[in-house]
Design a protein. Sequence first.
Length: 82
Amino acid sequence: MAGTPHADGVRVSVRSVIPKLRNGGSHRAVGALLRKRNYRPKLEPKGLPERVQASLGSAVTDLWKAAQADAAAELVAERERL
């Protein structure tokens, strides 16, 4: 399923992949597998004009990247304190 996003009309995510696995799996393992395959889910807003959808998707992506950078900086600072 992770190799063919949207093949059966279901959004590919950790939650949708785990039940399809023979022995199940953890969020950590499946998430790592999806990242290894360079699967990057995209926002799929519906019912909005194209320009608004594109702007919204871009804004959320920028916000997420900023949050990740802040979290990484806090982690480095915490490790240095130890």
